[in-house]
Design a protein around this ligand. Structure first.
Ligand code: MIG
Length: 661
C-alpha cells in the first residue's frame, strides 16, 4: 500500500507515473516540523537501506547525506553528495516501510549522525510530496515503489559486452589502436568510448575533423568488427559565433537565464558556455533532436556528462574572487589572508550559491535553479531519451548519464562517476548496486579499474571479478593516470579469461537484467532481503544476491588470497579460472574462509538453483545461444529471458523459456 502526502506547493518532478489520491490522514512514523523537518526515531536494530548514489554502507545509518547533485571526484567516507538525488529509503526492523521524499531541491538526511537514535529529513522550503509505502518485505516495498515510478530503461544487449574507455583517446588512430590491441590478443570487446576530445573545441554535436577525418567510415569499420563507438555529450553549450547549437539556443531562448533575463554564462571544458534549460519542454525537444547528428553517422550509444550541472566557474564569482585576490596580493599576506585566499579559490567551482544566480522557465514560470537543482541531469536524460523514441523508435539506443534523479531511470542508465583506483572503491561499487536498483537504476556499473589515480594489475583483476556481474562493464580512466587497458598488464591472459567468463555469463546477466526491468524488481539486493531474521545476514555489507540464483562476494583487499564469506543457507561454490577450467563445491550454511587466487573468480549458486552459462565470443553479436548449459544443482531449472537484444518492444512472457540440464 502506498500513501501520498503533499506539504505546501511542491514542484512537479514527474518521478511518479501513477496518479495516486492524496491521503487525508497524518504522515505516519515521522514527526513533521513546519513541513521542512521530518523526524523519525530509530530502534537500535533498524536498518536504513537506500538513498541511491551515496557513499558508505548498504546500511546507511550513522552518517549524514545531502541530496544535492555534485561533480565531486572525491568519493570518501565523509562525502555527503555524489551525482544523483535518489530520495527513497526503507526502514527495516520492528517496523518495515519505505519512504520517498519527492523533492526537486536540496535535501538533507541525518541518519543517526547527530543522535544515534534519530533520523531527520530536512528540506530547504517545506514544499514536498512524501510517499509512504508499506509491504510484507523489502522486496515487496521496492516492487510497489518501482511500479509507481515506471519501468526502467532497457539497454541494448551489446551494452552488456565489455567496453574500453579512457579520457585521452584523441584521434582515429588512438581508437583503431585500442580495437586492434584487443583483437590481437583475442580479448572480447563490444564498445570503445569517445571522451570529450572527439569534439571540435568541446562543442556538443561536432566532430574534430582533423583528428577524425572520416568519422563515418571509422564508425562503420568498427561496427564491422562488432565494436560500437560511444561518444560523450556534455551539458554546457560553447559560446562561439557561427556554432549553430549556440546560435539556435540563443535565438529561441533555450538556455537558462540570469537575473536580468540574459543567457547565463558558466565555464566548463569548452570555455564559456550556456546551459540548456532542460526543464523547458521546447529545449528538451530541440536538444534531444541534435543527437540525430551522431545517430545519422552510425552511432548507437551515448554517455551524458557534466549534467549536475558541473560549473568550473561563473563569471561574477570569478571576478569578485580575482578582485579580492588582487587586494590581498597588494598587502603583506598573513596566515589569515593566506587561508582566505585559498578558501576563495577553492570555492570557485560548483558553488551552491551560484545556483541562485540562474533560472529555468517551467511552463512560463521563472524558477531559480536552486529550487530544481536535482532535476537538471534527469531532464537532460529525458531530452535524449524522448528524442531516441522519435529518431529511433524501434531500435534501442544506449544511454547512461552521470547525474540523475528518480524518474530518469526510465530514460537511461547511470555510471557511478569519478571513482579512484582504490581498493575501497571496489567495495563502494558493490554497495551502490542495490541502492541504485532500489531507485530504478538497473543499467549501471562503475569505472572498472578506477578513474582517478593509478591502477595496478591486481586491482584491475579483482575489480573485473566484480564488474563481470554488473550490466555496465567498462574500463575507464582519467587523463594523466597510468594507462589501464587490459593489454597494458603483464598477465593479460588472466584478464582475457575473466572477460571471456563475462561473455559466458551474458545469457544470465542479460536475462536477470531484463526480468528485473520487466517485473519492477531488483537485480542486485542485500543478503538480508531474503534472510530478514538472520542476524548475521543483516550485518553483511560486502556480498550481494544477483537474481534468485547467485551470491557474489568479491575480494576487495590488496594482497588477499581469500576472504570470509557468510552463507545464510547451503550453496554451491564455483571457482573459475576460465570458462573451461572450474570446479564446484557444496558449502554448508555458516561462515567460511574462501581462498581465491588473483586469477580465480569465486561466486556461489544458491541452494537448488542453477544458472545458464554460454561460450565466449569476439563480441555479443557473435554469442551462440546453442552452447548454453546449466551449472549448479542437479535437476535445477532456470527461466531464461532472451530476445533479439535491440528491439524496443520486449515482452516478458513471450521471451522466457525454462531450461534444464
Ligand atoms: O571534468 O570528459 O566523469 O568520466 O572522462 C571531467 C572528461 C569531465 C568527467 C567524467 C569522466 C570523463 C571526464 N569528465
Amino acid at each position: 500500500m502506498i500513501e501520498k502526502f503533499i506539504f505546501g506547493d511542491p514542484v512537479e518532478t514527474y518521478a511518479v507515473c501513477e496518479n495516486l489520491p492524496v491521503s487525508e490522514g497524518t504522515l505516519p512514523y515521522f514527526k513533521n516540523e513546519n513541513n521542512t523537518k521530518f523526524t523519525l526515531m530509530l530502534d537500535e536494530e533498524d536498518i536504513v537501506y537506500g538513498l541511491g548514489e551515496q557513499v558508505r554502507g548498504i546500511n546507511k545509518r550513522g552518517w549524514k547525506y545531502r541530496a544535492c547533485n555534485s561533480d565531486n571526484p572525491n568519493h570518501q567516507e565523509d562525502t555527503t553528495s555524489l551525482y544523483g538525488a535518489h530520495n527513497f529509503f526503507i526502514v527495516s526492523g520492528r517496523r518495515l516501510f519505505g519512504a520517498f521524499f519527492d523533492y526537486a531541491g536540496i535535501i538533507d538526511y541525518d541518519i543517526g549522525f547527530t543522535h544515534r537514535d534519530t533520523m531527520t529529513v530536512t528540506t530547504e522550503d517545506g514544499n514536498i510530496c512524501v510517499y509512504i509505502i508499506s509491504g510484507e518485505s523489502e522486496k515487496d516495498i521496492v516492487k510497489q515503489f518501482r511500479k509507481m515510478i515506471g519501468q526502467s530503461y532497457v539497454a541494448p544487449k551489446w551494452a552488456f559486452g565489455f567496453g574500453q574507455s579512457r579520457w585521452g583517446y584523441k584521434s582515429e588512430e588512438d581508437i583503431r589502436t585500442v580495437a586492434s590491441e584487443y583483437k590481437k590478443r583475442g580479448i572480447p570487446l563490444d564498445s570503445i568510448y569517445l571522451d570529450i576530445d572527439y569534439m571540435e573545441r568541446f562543442k556538443d554535436f561536432t566532430i574534430n575533423g582533423e583528428a577524425f577525418p572520416d568519422f563515418e567510415k571509422l564508425v562503420a569499420d568498427l561496427k564491422n568488427d562488432g565494436i560500437h563507438l560511444v561518444p560523450i555529450i556534455d551539458a554546457g553549450v560553447k559560446i562561439e559565433d557561427g556554432y549553430s547549437v549556440y546560435e539556435e539556443g540563443v535565438k529561441n531562448n533555450f538556455f537558462c537565464k540570469d537575473e536580468n533575463g540574459k543567457d547565463f554564462v558558466g565555464a566548463v571544458w569548452p570555455g564559456k558556455v550556456h546551459f540548456p534549460d532542460f526543464l523547458k519542454s521546447e529545449t528538451r525537444e530541440w536538444f534531444g533532436d541534435k543527437y540525430a547528428f551522431l545517430i545519422d553517422k552510425g552511432i548507437e550509444g551515448f554517455w551524458n556528462d557534466m549534467n549536475e550541472p558541473a560549473i568550473f566557474y561563473c563569471e561574477d564569482r570569478l571576478e569578485s574572487v580575482m578582485k579580492r585576490v588582487n587586494e590581498l596580493s597588494e598587502q603583506n599576506m598573513g596566515i589569515d589572508e593566506f587561508f582566505e585566499f585559498t578558501g576563495l579559490v577553492e570555492g570557485i567551482s560548483n558553488n551552491i550559491d551560484d545556483y541562485d544566480k540562474f533560472y529555468h522557465d517551467i511552463d512560463g514560470k521563472k524558477v531559480p535553479h536552486r529550487k530544481v537543482h536535482n532535476l537538471y541531469g534527469y531532464n537532460m536524460m529525458r531530452s535524449a531519451g524522448e528524442a531516441f523514441g522519435r529518431i529511433s523508435p524501434d531500435k534501442r539506443i544506449l544511454m547512461f548519464s552521470r547525474s540523475s534523479y528518480i524518474g530518469s531511470h526510465r530514460y537511461g542508465g547511470i555510471w557511478q562517476g569519478d571513482n579512484k583506483s582504490w581498493w575501497s572503491h571496489i567495495l563502494m561499487n558493490l554497495q551502490l548496486m542495490p541502492s541504485l536498483n532500489m531507485a530504478g537504476f538497473l543499467y549501471t556499473g562503475a569505472d572498472t579499474g578506477g578513474f582517478n589515480a593509478d591502477a595496478t594489475e591486481d586491482l584491475m583483476l579483482r575489480w573485473l571479478q566484480l564488474s563481470v556481474f554488473t550490466p555496465l562493464m567498462r574500463n575507464h580512466s582519467a587523463l594523466g593516470t597510468r594507462e589501464q587497458e587490459l593489454y597494458r598488464f603483464d598477465n593479460c591472459s588472466d584478464c582475457k579469461n575473466i572477460i571471456e567468463i563475462r561473455y559466458g555469463l551474458i545469457p544470465y546477466i542479460y536475462s536477470e537484467y531484463m526480468k528485473a526491468v520487466l517485473k519492477d524488481e531488483m537485480m542486485f539486493y542485500p543478503i538480508s532481503f531474503d534472510f530478514r531474521d538472520d542476524e548475521d545476514a543483516r550485518n553483511v555489507e560486502d556480498q550481494l544476491f544477483l537474481g534468485n540464483e547467485i551470491m557474489i562476494a568479491p575480494i576487495y583487499k590488496q594482497n588477499a588470497r581469500g576472504r570470509y564469506v557468510y552463507l545464510p543457507e547451503e550453496m554451491k561454490m564455483v571457482r573459475m579460472r576460465s570458462l573451461s577450467d572450474y570446479e564446484t563445491e557444496t558449502l554448508q550454511k555458516g561462515h567460511h574462509y574462501v581462498r581465491a587466487e588473483l586469477n580465480e573468480l569465486v561466486f556461489f549458486i544458491r541452494k537448488g538453483k542453477a544458472i545458464p552459462i554460454g561460450d565466449s565470443a569476439e563480441n555479443t553479436s557473435k554469442l551462440d545461444a546453442s552452447w548454453i548449459k546449466l551449472i549448479g544443482y542437479d535437476n535445477a531449472t532456470y527461466e531464461l529471458y532472451d530476445d533479439d537484444g535491440y528491439s524496443t518492444a520486449c515482452n516478458l512472457n513471450e521471451n522466457i523459456r525454462v531450461i534444464g540440464k
